[in-house]
Ligand binder design. Sequence first.
Ligand code: NAD
Length: 491
Amino acid sequence: MATLPSGIKFLNCGNFIANEFTTSSSQMDVVSPWSGLAIGNVSMSGSNEIELAMNAAKKAFPLWRATPLKERCQKLFKFREIVLQRIDNIAAYASAESGKTHAEAKAGIMKGLEVTEFALSLQNMDSGGAMDVSRGVTCEYRREPLGVVLGIMPFNFPAMVPLWMYPIAITLGNCFIMKPSEKVPMTTQLMAECMRDAEFPAGVFQVIHGGADVVNKLVEHPDVKAVGFVGSTPVAKLLYSKATSFGKRALTLGGAKNHLMVVPDADEQITVRGVVDSFTGCAGQRCMAASLLIAVGKVDHVIDKIVAQAKAIKLGEQMGAIIDQAAMKRIRGAVDQAEQDGAKILLDGRLAKAPQGFENGNWFGPTIIDHAKPNWSCATTEIFGPVLTIVRVNNLSEALALEAKNPFGNATSIFTTSGAVAKMVADNATSGMIGVNIGVPVPREPFSFGGTKDSKFGACDITGESSLDFWSQLKKITMKWTHQSDANWMS
Ligand code: NAD
């Protein structure tokens, strides 16, 4: 019988409204993917709680927007310090509720803190601008907050994805309401405690838990000015059209089917490590995970080593668990379907054994499907598990043509030692994020994160400089202080 992971206590995750935690009358269990045990519960909010949060945010906004940027940053500096002090504990809960290994959970928090550091740099960078545009006439622009803004989160990065949004939105002077994934509310509970202890004014950062009904009420709410979303493509599409039809700005990031191309001159060591880490990291539950390997020409020597390295991965130590039973069924179904279609299963994660003590958890081993046809579902749909599908082509043009047909556009990588090949892929691939000899080409700050096609709906990226335009608006001020003797009606 599995027990709660060491250091983990049963956690009641309430809403965080006006700097107070409150519990809803309705709750749902939080089940650990490691053990299948309930390790906490989460409030399922009603309309009343949404109104309380909206009112607190509206009340906080005038004072927060009038707070100088440098003062806003002081709170965020404090938040960053507190998170760093508590990082091991937060990572333990993030791991327990999401299925990640402890190291992955901690790395996710650190990555999110890089965005926090970018937000902190705004105090020295985002000074606006002014210019004399005519004799005696000055034009100035300032970046101004929007008001109450919303962030809706997926399960797979319970700390990092929220940290893509709220440090930047809040530093710019907005009041942020977050709706975490109901599958992983515990990390948010601990991060909200960090925000409370950093002494942000009540209403600046708030958390409303719940499912799809709560998301819809929040998105439709007249006080919400902007909607940030990260999750699956069908929901991203739905919420983009809903939010924009209500006259709000929206940036909604969806799923992915990331293509990795391997050509015969690829460096074996870099390629094998890059591909295996990419499709098995976080048990493949990453929007930047390798999903389709395009084998260009004779690369069997690399594929053999990829299989050997993936086969050696120890579940529970080097690779974590799958979020829930529904995901297990989806992943198993995708591999079953590939087998029925005629693919060769080089490595079969369906046969994997659970780590000792975690027999009731959701375990699926690394899986490699070879000789798939480009139109089979294993080659086209997002499986979101530790499954790599291999499609074989004759040359780079065929590989690029296949990549162009991918309805998703998060990441595309090329493994090669040729600069010309790398440049050809960087120039012609259609994804928003391109990697050269990198399995997970996530841009680091200050470069921004964002895909194309069905991986992102809306303008701007979610991090980096591009995100500033999403979470703020520019005010333009034109001034004249001196009399102009030659002024005419146009002056
Ligand atoms: P999901 O779309 O099921 O859920 C995301 C959020 O939307 C949750 O908070 C959930 O409560 C809410 N939601 C779910 N169904 C809804 C509906 N019908 N109406 C309104 N709200 C709804 O996604 P998930 O399973 O939590 O996360 C995994 C997905 O997220 C994968 O597809 C993955 O590729 C994607 N993802 C994308 C990125 C990116 O940057 N593009 C990053 C992380 C995850």
